[in-house]
Design a binder for this molecule. Structure first.
Ligand code: 3PG
Length: 324
């Protein structure tokens, strides 16, 4: 028998070629994290996890030896990229990548990907949870209203918008949609009535569900004018981004028209929150952003992100690159 020291020296340890950091302020479910880690470890990578972190210095420290990141809404700005000299890839496990400085990443040769569609059903289901909650008077025991027969306007028909449309049909809602990037024919094929203009969409929607990304064009684009154009009793539902809302404008409209309501999965800014809360039941926000917070969505997004990392490093593939 060989002496143990010799045996240990001869044992072939797998070479750890890459370090992958899962950096999520809002943690994935335990199972999603375990499954994503397994995919990465099977490829021979070391997995580090930084979750629920409070301070940016923790993130800056954690990225210092990372070859790739899996993130959610975590802010990856130039400073974070500069603190990560080995970084080649950032995968946003989710759809919106407005939290990543894609230009700074490109300058540094860092590829940015997202995982479109992986959490879309979860967000869409929450839209209906919010609408039912609103329609039933936040469960106050008084007679509420039903969604059946009401008109739902879907602003942007991406993955979430399409899932909202699918579910709305089951509720018996009449569905209108507007998306400048989707043809009228395609909208009709999906089962919604296309509107000619965005103005027309808001003017006819009892419920208006927002699914536009936050881009320089859309930031603060939904405010007084859009809200005031809604019909009597109209409700704006936001499971997209806080940034697309012009908060002072929306507040002005909500104060001018006591029949209108705003329900959102993304809290308004601390500056304007008290004014929104003063609206009483015409305003509701989830205590935490909950759209993508399901076991299923976490697993879909995290494992897809892990597979994309393996495909990138092992096979030179570049799925879902958003800064290419
Ligand atoms: C997305 O863009 O995918 C959603 O807004 C979900 O974001 P989250 O992962 O931060 O919950």
């Amino acid at each position: 028998m060989l002496p143990w020291r010799y045996e240990a020296a001869q044992r072939k340890e797998p070479t750890v070629s890459k370090t992958i950091l899962i950096a999520t302020k809002k943690p994935f479910s335990r199972s999603a994290k375990a499954q994503a880690s397994q995919i990465l470890e099977d490829a021979g990578y070391r997995v580090e996890v930084l979750e629920g972190y409070a301070d940016e210095p923790q993130l800056l420290d954690a990225v210092s030896d990372a070859d790739a990141l899996i993130i959610r809404s975590d802010k990856i700005h130039r400073g974070v990229l500069e603190a990560a000299p080995r970084l080649a890839l950032v995968v946003r496990a989710g759809a919106g990548y407005d939290n990543v400085d894609c230009d700074a990443a490109k300058e540094r040769g860092v590829v940015v990907m997202n995982t479109p569609g992986q959490n879309a059903n979860a967000v869409a289901e929450l839209v209906f949870g919010l609408m039912v909650f609103k329609a039933r008077g936040q469960f106050d025991g008084k007679p509420g209203t039903e969604l059946m027969g009401k008109t739902l306007g879907i602003h942007a028909l991406g993955n979430v918008g399409k899932n909202v449309l699918r579910i709305a049909k089951g509720f018996g809602m009449s569905v209108l949609a507007y998306d400048p990037y989707v043809s009228r024919e395609e909208i009709a094929e999906l089962g919604a009535a296309p509107t000619d203009t965005v103005e027309d969409l808001y003017a006819r929607a009892d419920y208006l569900s927002l699914h536009i990304p936050a881009t320089p064009k859309t930031v603060r684009s939904i405010g007084k004018e859009r809200m005031l154009s809604m019909p009597e009793g109209g409700t704006l539902v936001n499971t997209a981004r806080a940034e697309v809302i012009d908060e002072p404008g929306l507040l002005a409209a909500l104060n001018e028209r006591p029949d209108l309501s705003y329900i959102t999965d993304i809290s308004p800014s601390a500056e304007h929150l008290p004014a929104f809360e003063a609206l009483g039941k015409r305003f509701f926000r989830t205590p935490k952003k909950m759209g993508a917070q399901t076991q299923e969505a976490n697993t879909n997004a995290a494992t897809t992100a892990a597979r994309q990392i393996v495909a990138f490093f092992e096979r030179g593939e570049r799925p879902n690159v958003v800064n290419g």
